[in-house]
Ligand binder design. Structure first.
Ligand code: FAD
Length: 330
């Protein structure tokens, strides 16, 4: 079977990587001239190693500590010897994985009226298509804006900081970067408000600025039809904006479903990633409905920091949720 994968981000490239050497001949079409161009803070949490081998040269640092701030005040801190994740060089990681699969750059895909895949205006004969175009294919209502500076702030390469605010349904972050730090903010707000928040976080000399939208609705049920993976399917943790690892996990489920002739939608619905993404999205939905972030605030201030970090990382079970939110969330 010839599979056309539209989009060369973590979801598209990993899907082809999971399928290499199998009966499925996958080709990834990336519209841009290179991979890894999309603005991103390059944080990938632990667990990824059981899906992909991360080339050493693509790992900038190993994360061993998390700090969580509410209104710029430290409320949770976990630091130890355990590796909690990585800061990767995302373009290099995608490039290295891309070298092992059939990846066509400068290959913008459109679908013609009959639904045929056209690359730079020419129809490509494929048997099946998977769309991995990230937030680009999502409605504005299913995403929030996120903006980021890269600065020369010297920052501990083993620590990531997450910021939450009582007047913003969203998040801020300071992540280590080879140049210093990536400092960003995303949320339900107009850009000028986010810019103000970002200014409040920013330290060091600004070297560059960029932004993009991020999905925040959890898995999109209508897209569980075997045609979408990654952020295009909604695979981003809504409370933290983490999308790389979840996107790769959806691609693994897609690859296994294709190879074993299973229904992708069913396999997804049974998976832990589906449920944990849904819980995150529910937390955001509730906050939106009540027009308040009080619930999240209470959790951040009162709960065991280790549990808060587990929740943030999507590494929680029902009991953890009850401890954090009470039985209302389940
Ligand atoms: C500012 C910011 C910071 C972030 N930081 C983090 C972080 O630190 N950690 C984390 O886990 N997540 C982070 N995210 C989210 C993360 O970047 C995404 O969730 C993740 O990259 C999604 O992977 P994907 O492969 O599904 O989509 P993408 O990475 O968006 O890749 C989609 C690809 O499809 C290509 N494409 C789109 N349309 C077409 C077309 N018609 N034809 C061909 N190609 C096309 C695009 O050029 C792109 O390369 C961040 C997001 C933002 C905006």
């Amino acid at each position: 079977m010839r599979l056309g994968i539209v989009g060369g981000g973590p979801a598209g490239i990993s899907l082809a990587w999971f399928l290499k050497g199998t009966k499925i001949q996958a080709t990834v079409y990336e519209g841009l001239e290179d991979v890894g161009k999309k603005p991103c803070a390059w944080g990938v949490l632990k667990g990824i190693e059981s899906y992909l081998e991360l080339p050493k040269e693509a790992i900038y640092s190993e994360i061993r500590g998390f700090r969580i701030f509410l209104d710029n005040k430290l409320v949770s801190e976990v630091r130890g010897r355990e590796r909690l994740g990585y800061i990767v060089n995302k373009p290099l990681l995608l490039k290295r994985l891309g070298e092992k699969v059939e990846l066509r750059l400068n290959s913008k895909v459109v679908f013609d009226r009959e639904g045929k895949l056209k690359v730079n205006g020419k129809v490509e004969e494929v048997d099946r298509v998977v769309v991995a175009t990230g937030h680009y294919s999502l409605d504005k209502g299913a995403t929030i804006p996120a903006i980021q500076y890269i600065t020369d702030l010297p920052f501990d390469p083993e620590i990531v900081d997450m910021y939450f605010y009582s007047d913003l349904l969203g998040y801020g972050w300071i992540f280590p970067d080879p140049n210093g730090a990536k400092i960003g903010v995303g949320g339900y707000a107009e850009i000028p408000f986010l810019m103000e928040k970002l200014k409040g976080l920013t330290r060091g000399k600004i070297m560059s600025f960029h932004g993009a939208r991020v999905a925040d609705n959890g898995i999109i049920e209508d897209r569980l039809n075997g045609r979408y993976v990654g952020e295009a399917l909604g695979a981003v943790y809504a409370v933290t904006g983490e999308g790389i690892r979840p996107s790769i996990i959806t691609s693994k489920i897609m690859a296994d479903s294709l190879l074993e002739g299973k229904d992708f939608g069913k396999e997804m619905r049974r998976s832990k990633i589906y449920w944990t993404l849904k819980v995150h999205a529910d937390v955001i939905r509730r906050a939106k409905a009540s027009n308040s972030v009080k619930g999240l605030e209470r959790v951040l201030l009162k709960a065991d920091p280790k549990l808060v970090i587990k929740f943030a990382m999507g590494d929680f079970g029902k009991l953890d949720l009850i401890k954090l939110f009470g039985s209302a969330i389940i």
